[in-house]
Ligand binder design. Structure first.
Ligand code: 13P
Length: 274
């Protein structure tokens, strides 16, 4: 079933489980991502960055996800990841995305609240869910000194904006590095004490698998994984394409790469649905 994040996150909170949110890197992987969730009977969020959505086309991506999701036995949401411009949010909603993220984390608290309120207003017209971000999730160079999300600001932010889910900074970074990240569960616990809505883990690739259960028990019910999926696909592709002949079927070459990504997704789903 094609849906927003509302119901799946509400249920995840009630059942003290997580929902895996997986980044789409190309249209080819969409069917296998949904199949991965169906086989484990788990709800799933498929998410696309603004660049991926523009590359594929907002409406084409939404039409394909919706087509498969409508026939699926589990809840599937299509979410726009890290949009900074309201124009991109508008394009995603018009194109048929069921959920959007407005990322005003680089702004002052007041400006972040202001742009997030505008995104919530827009999304309401389409019945879509909204995630926002407060605090810093690193990207690129790993810096250990990012300040964690301020719990009091998080409460003010959630009360004023009415978002469905909030991404917070607890020491995670987007991307894959040599070592996994040391996250701060005490910072997360302080935020969780102030904020009742589902929190979102960004940078799931770098988080130690043994920390995921604690993240969920401290209120993180949407857990994002992106880079690790890409890594598993590309690793398999290097192996397969190295031995490929020019007249080999592209379809046959892509299937093992998609299956490698599926195994990574299913491993993460297993960990967040425990
Ligand atoms: P990773 O690529 O580090 O798993 O992060 C994914 C993410 O948080 C997408 O917003």
């Amino acid at each position: 079933m094609y849906t927003t994040m509302h119901h799946m996150l509400k249920m995840a909170k009630k059942e003290r489980k997580g929902v895996g949110a997986f980044n789409i890197h190309a249209l080819e992987v969409v069917p296998v991502m949904i199949r991965a969730a169906e086989e484990l009977n788990a709800p799933v969020v498929l998410q696309a960055s603004v660049s991926t959505a523009k590359y594929i086309g907002f409406d084409l991506l939404a039409a394909i996800v919706k087509n498969i999701a409508d026939k699926a036995s589990v809840e599937v949401a299509l979410h726009l990841d890290h949009a900074k411009e309201l124009k991109d949010i508008q394009d995603a909603l018009e194109g048929g995305f069921s959920s959007v993220m407005i990322d005003g984390s680089y702004l002052s608290l007041d400006d972040n609240i202001s742009i997030t309120c505008k995104a919530v207003e827009l999304a309401k017209r389409y019945g879509a869910s909204v995630e926002a971000e407060l605090g810093i999730v690193g990207r690129g160079k790993v810096i250990n000194k990012y300040p964690y999300t301020n719990p009091k600001d998080a409460k003010i932010f959630v009360d004023k904006t009415g978002v469905d889910a909030l991404a917070v900074g607890i020491g995670t970074h987007h991307g894959q590095y040599q070592a996994k990240t040391d996250i701060s569960l005490s910072a997360l616990s302080d935020i969780h004490a102030q904020v009742g809505i589902p929190l979102v883990l960004h940078g799931g690739t770098g988080v130690k698998e043994e920390d995921l259960a604690d993240c969920i028990s401290l209120g993180m019910h949407k857990l994002n994984f992106g880079t690790e999926l890409n890594v598993s696909w590309v690793r398999k592709a290097k192996e397969i394409f190295n031995d490929a002949m020019p007249d080999d079927s592209i379809r046959e070459l892509l299937i093992p790469c998609n299956e490698a990504m599926k195994r990574t997704i299913q491993n993460k789903i297993g960990l967040v649905r425990k």
